[in-house]
Design a protein around this ligand. Structure first.
Ligand code: SF4
Length: 507
């Protein structure tokens, strides 16, 4: 019998390790041979820990399972797909999964994350094999043609970054993966690293071939110990099997890859602050130019991309740019792994082509709030994204449609609030977050955020609010136009959206 119990952090936090141990113990007691595989998560968090058994019909799921349920599962003959109150049928047929368009997440939850053979059996390394048969210029062109834009939030065309690095002469070039996923309600980077690490390694290796880099770093936030462990395990296997290192796959090219752990600063998710931190310095934003593509890590040309951007590359190379570009809408090509979080009934990972509406995600996938109350506000794109009211829920999720309503798709994190939320408190929180996380380099962000907290407190406390509101708007204008990076530029977005869409909360 083959049984799957996820090793993803979410499942572990909900007791997956204890469930796995209980299954092994029961199997031993009953003299049943069980092959227990620790897979990734399917991204349906309300069902975690989700136990799956392989049957002739397919993989049948049971969840959410607690260690105390395991004896009952054996009694119900779950190893043969037996009936049980927590049985959910064939996992692949769950609508939440069936309605998705999983390209990047195609293997996630299905395979053993640290089995290279499992990866190879599921289309793994086909992108690299194809890239090795192409010229570096054609690999860059393929990524350009796919229309892939940076999934970390800036949405800058990935192929243009690669082209710039490829065309900049240097004795040393670097590939850096930004895995500092610090936005509230986001976890798609973490899931890739924990649940399909070879995909990220393959994407970085293709990038290295394309631009002529021989060294890569994955900068992972310290809060992700399971991701760091999975990556290190996968990197060691890839090195041992010559998918990394000197003369990889007898191609004559080399690529060395290492993991670096961040130290818990939100602003180190900004690419130049990340590079400073990677160089061993304090994580402070660098002024641009020079662009990292020309003078990046240690002053050398550097490709710096987010996890999902790099993880999207293997399938683009394996299936071709046209296949990928066929998904999406307008100038937003491909798919986006979106993350439903906050007060939501069915939180988890939903990968869809650009063009799905926010409302579809919130209700068709998310099932409304966990509290059962009405959804009042949604924050898309992390703590610097605006709060969107119900009247904007029909906005399509693509870069241009969101920009048109003053929003940002960001990294695809969607945080839901019900009608008990206090939007003045949320606006204050945005300024407070900025005050705590500001790198301190420029005045509008460093000082403005602290003054912002004070002014919001005055708006709430004083009878005569108008002068304080005018001052807050003026301050936001200074921060938007006078700050060096997105931290100061965008903190006003949640503040102004709260003022504009939910003025009654400041009354
Ligand atoms: Fe640093 Fe804030 Fe200025 Fe960005 S906007 S450089 S985080 S002080």
């Amino acid at each position: 019998y083959t049984v799957y119990v996820p090793r993803d952090s979410t499942a572990i936090a909900l007791g997956a390790n204890q469930v796995a141990a209980a299954i092994i113990e029961q199997a031993e007691q009953r003299g049943i041979a069980v092959n227990l595989i620790r897979n990734g998560s399917r991204g349906m968090f309300w069902l975690e820990p989700l136990v799956e058994v392989v049957t002739a019909q397919g993989r049948i799921g049971y969840g959410p399972i607690e260690p105390e349920d395991v004896v009952g599962l054996f009694d119900a003959d779950f190893l043969n797909g037996g009936k049980h109150a927590l049985a959910i049928g064939l996992v692949d047929q769950i609508p939440y999964l069936q309605k998705q368009e999983r390209l990047t997440f195609a293997r996630v939850g299905i395979t053993d994350p640290v089995s290279l053979d499992d990866y190879l059996a599921h289309e793994g390394y086909q992108g690299l094999q194809r890239a090795l048969a192409m010229s570096p210029e054609n690999v860059v062109q393929e990524v350009l043609d796919s229309g892939l834009r940076g999934r970390g939030g800036a949405a800058f065309p990935t192929g243009i970054k690669w082209k710039t690095v490829a065309h900049t002469p240097a004795t040393q070039k670097y590939i850096v993966c930004n895995a500092d996923e610090g936005d509230s309600g986001t976890f798609s980077d973490r899931m890739v690293m924990e649940d399909d690490p070879f995909m990220l390694i393959e994407g970085m290796t293709i990038a290295a071939l394309a631009v002529g880099a021989t060294q890569g770093y994955i900068y992972v936030r310290s809060e992700y110990p399971h991701a760091i462990a999975a990556l290190n395990e996968a990197i060691a296997i890839a090195n041992a099997r010559h998918y990394l290192g000197e003369n990889l796959l007898d191609s004559g090219t080399s690529f060395h890859l290492e993991v670096r752990k961040g130290a818990g600063s939100y602003v180190c998710g900004e690419e130049t602050a990340l590079l400073e931190s990677l160089e061993g310095k304090r994580g402070i934003v660098r002024a641009k130019p020079p662009l990292p593509a020309i003078e990046g890590l240690f002053g050398k040309p550097t490709v710096i991309n987010n996890v999902i951007s790099l993880a999207s590359v293997p399938i683009i190379l394996a299936r071709g740019a046209a296949f990928y570009k066929n998904y999406g809408i307008g100038r937003s090509y491909g798919t986006l792994p979106m993350q439903l979080a906050g007060n939501i009934k069915h939180g988890g990972l939903v990968e869809k082509a650009f063009g799905v509406t926010l409302r579809e995600l919130l209700f068709d996938f998310g099932g409304g709030t966990a509290s059962g109350r009405a959804i009042r506000a949604v924050q898309v794109g992390g703590p610097l994204g605006p709060y969107l009211p119900d009247s904007l829920f029909d906005t399509k999720i693509d870069y241009e449609s969101f920009a048109a309503v003053g929003g940002t798709v960001g990294h695809g994190g969607i945080v839901v609030f019900d009608d008990s939320v206090d939007m003045a408190a949320q606006a204050r929180y945005a300024m407070e977050f900025c005050a705590v996380e500001s790198c301190g380099k420029c005045t509008p962000c460093r000082i403005g955020s602290t003054r912002g907290v004070e002014v919001i407190d005055k708006i709430v406390a004083d009878q005569d609010k108008a002068p304080h509101i005018a001052l807050l708007r003026d301050l936001c204008d200074t921060m938007i136009n006078g700050s060096l990076c997105a931290m100061g530029n965008m903190t006003p977005l949640p503040v102004l959206s709260a003022l504009d869409h939910f003025p009654e909360d400041f009354a």
